[in-house]
Design a protein around this ligand. Structure first.
Ligand SMILES: Cc1cc2nc3c(=O)[nH]c(=O)nc-3n(C[C@H](O)[C@H](O)[C@H](O)COP(=O)(O)O)c2cc1C
Length: 334
């Protein structure tokens, strides 16, 4: 199948699905450099964060359409991914439009990580190791932010990944530690382990998302390493992204909740235009890869400022994809 087959009809005319036409054009206009060339050229990267349940194919494509330079999959547990093909099918879906895209793994051994990375290497532009997830079960099992207390293991995993799949960028996503010196030591060591960039969430593992982000710590990290650094935490507008760049000198910013509420944030929109919602419905209809419950939840976030209290309650009670789409067609005359 050629790239155009899914968006032109039998007579070679564009289908009426404008979203897919935009997607095709985006692919066509993509910079010719590799991801690493772009990062090293000084381009300021605007990134969509990994989000369990949420950052799946239709949402990643939506974010790419509306200004994201890099998207991340949700954290995929490498052990399960290696073990079961049904897990691979349900956890990882991609297509030719889904790039630059980074697959994030939760792993606690080099073998686990490398073996999972080998399975996705041809279908992504990078692999990330989650060293920041603070959830109880994740840390108890030795994953996520628990890895921060064992830098040796992080280095072993990334070194082996680099030795075995050298041409695939490999990154780590960390939280800062209460003792910032430990974070600085970690990022200094990372330079020698084949890591391509580091994303720093400026909170410690026991600070909630309401806790202010420590941008000075992110600046310290940036100044401590020659590796590209991306700042994460509380980016809700393009203006904030630019302010964080000024303040910390980072190579890019990563947003999670800001993009859930407004996938067009990086395009300079302070609210998601209705076209974003229409695009999301079209992407879901075309590519699926999302449960109806999460499809609904995404729309609740995006529509937050469009619906009054009663409308929110009415919308939240809808049970089927058809009723959700009908509701939006009636209300916004899509
Ligand atoms: C719904 C949700 C799911 C998340 N899942 C992941 C994940 O899979 N991997 C990860 O590294 N961080 C995950 N995070 C954390 C975000 O990537 C990000 O570090 C955090 O939300 C701070 O960024 P923000 O202030 O832009 O929301 C998740 C956050 C949210 C809100």
């Amino acid at each position: 199948m050629t790239p155009l087959d899914d968006i032109v009809d039998q007579n070679g005319e564009y289908t009426s699905n404008d979203t897919l036409v935009k997607l095709y054009n985006l692919r066509d206009q993509r910079p010719k450099q590799t991801l690493m060339e772009r990062i090293h050229s000084g381009e300021f990267m605007k990134i969509q964060a990994p989000m369990v349940r949420f950052s799946r194919l239709p949402f990643r494509l939506l974010c790419s359409l509306w200004g994201c330079d890099i998207t991340y999959t949700p954290m995929i547990m490498a052990y399960e991914f290696n073990r079961s093909s049904s897990c691979r099918d349900s956890d990882f879906t991609t297509n030719q439009y889904d790039q630059p895209m980074v697959v994030q793994f939760g792993a606690k051994s080099a073998e686990e990580l490398v073996s999972a990375a080998e399975k996705v290497a041809k279908h992504c532009q990078g692999v990330d190791l989650n060293c920041g997830c603070p959830q109880g079960w994740v840390m108890r099992e030795g994953y996520g932010a628990k890895l921060l207390s064992n830098p040796e293991l992080i280095m072993d995993m990334t070194k082996q990944l680099n030795n075995r799949i050298g041409n695939l960028p490999c990154s780590i996503k960390i939280r800062i530690q209460p003792d910032l010196q430990k974070t600085v030591e970690l990022v200094k060591r990372a330079e020698h382990c084949g890591i391509s960039w580091i994303t720093v969430h400026g909170r410690t593992h026991n600070q909630r998302s309401s806790h202010p982000v420590n941008y000075n710590a992110i600046k310290l990290v940036k100044e401590s390493t020659t590796l590209p650094v991306f700042a994460n935490g509380d980016v809700f507008t393009l203006q904030q992204a630019n302010e964080i760049r000024e303040r910390t000198g980072v190579n890019g910013v990563m947003a999670a909740r800001g993009l859930l509420m407004n996938p067009a944030m990086y395009s300079g929109n302070d609210q998601p235009p209705l076209e974003v919602i229409k695009d999301f419905i079209n992407l879901y209809a075309q590519f699926g890869s999302l449960s109806p419950v999460i499809f609904h939840r995404h729309l609740m976030y995006m529509l937050y400022n469009y619906l009054n209290r009663n409308e929110k309650s009415e919308f939240n009670q809808l049970q089927t994809v058809v009723s959700i789409v009908d509701y939006l067609n009636d209300k916004f005359l899509f």
